[in-house]
Design a protein around this ligand. Structure first.
Ligand code: ATP
Length: 300
């Protein structure tokens, strides 16, 4: 049997970060949106277990760990242990989501692996168990399973769908060099010693999402990690200014960066902003949201 599962990149429309908890994780109040940029994971029945990865031509394959250290290996081991099964099959990942880009590409692969291997092994994992295994793999993995637009609390792993009546258009500008998520959080801790124990839920942004009005959403986008990311990477500030002067409603750092995302009025505006930015930046992508979470695209 061969099957391919596709999982989306995420944008944090709002990323509210609190002071680190005793377990070292930061409490979050975040609003995720899944956007139309995907990693595809194909699994095939086989004796033994292996993972290999191919990346889009603008990405550096060397940044993705292999030899047992990929998050797909961890997802396979966790699912197999949950059911008392042997880890078997070959997994091939086609990556289009930037690596270490703040768009949760590794989390997308982990979610895709859970869905694909559950089917390949005919394991019949319940939705609740899949979400629980996903949370153990990483804070963003449960969201990659459910997709759409969702509120994330806890350390981001407690997800609930939110009302979204918009059709949102984004320009995405990945960076040739990644930014380490832990490093950005460490810098945030230095900059914001007064961060709250529990960050507040962004009600105005949830209203804008529900109303489906791009200008209203643009006015409420917020990322608590942006200041830290811009401090570490001042070039991103110039990129955000460039996108906004090309006509984006609003530009921001995606998650912990360095990918920057630009909300645009409609698809034509997104293409115009992308065209302008392409004169200065090598890789400029256009994606719509919100899209589905990890789902099977071919099966046979
Ligand atoms: P997040 O926004 O969730 O912090 P990110 O999008 O910034 O994540 P990822 O692409 O998920 O970053 O990768 C983070 C690190 O995870 C990489 O630097 C890499 O070493 C490791 N990794 C393990 N498996 C994968 C995978 N399948 N794809 C990408 N990175 C992986």
């Amino acid at each position: 049997m061969t099957l391919t599962v596709r999982a989306p990149a995420k944008i944090n429309l709002h990323l509210g970060v609190g002071a680190p908890r005793e377990d070292g994780f930061h409490p979050l109040a975040t609003v995720y949106q899944a956007v139309g940029l995907y990693d595809d994971l194909t699994v095939v029945d086989a004796d033994g277990w292996s993972v290999d990865v191919a990346v889009s031509d603008w990405m550096d394959r060397g940044q993705v760990p292999l030899g047992g250290d990929n998050i797909v290996d961890r997802a396979a081991a966790l699912l197999a242990a949950h059911h008392g099964l042997e880890v078997r099959g070959t997994a091939h990942v086609d990556k289009s989501i930037p690596v270490a880009g703040g768009m949760a590409g590794g989390s997308a692969d982990a979610a895709a692996a859970l869905v694909a291997l559950d089917r390949l092994w005919d394991a019949g994992t319940t939705d609740d168990d899949l979400l629980e295994l996903a949370a153990r793999l990483g804070s963003d993995v449960p969201f990659a399973l459910i997709g759409g637009s969702a509120l994330g609390t806890g350390r981001g792993e407690l997800v609930e769908r939110v009302a979204d009546h918009g059709s949102w258009w984004w320009v995405l500008v990945p960076s040739p060099t990644g930014l380490s998520t832990p490093e950005v959080y460490r810098h945030f801790d230095r900059l914001r010693p007064d961060a709250p124990a529990v960050p507040p839920v962004p009600e105005a942004l949830l209203d804008a999402l529900d109303a489906g009005v791009p200008h209203a959403l643009a006015a409420t986008l917020h990322n608590d990690l942006q200041e830290a990311a811009l401090d570490l990477r001042p070039d991103l500030g110039r990129l955000i200014e460039a996108g906004e002067s090309e006509g984006a409603l609003r530009g921001m750092v995606s998650g912990s960066g360095p990918t920057c995302v630009f909300l645009c009025e409609d698809p034509d505006a997104a293409r115009a902003v992308a065209g302008g930015l392409q004169e200065q930046y090598d890789v400029v992508l256009v994606a719509g949201g919100a899209v589905a979470g990890a789902h099977t695209v071919t099966y046979g």
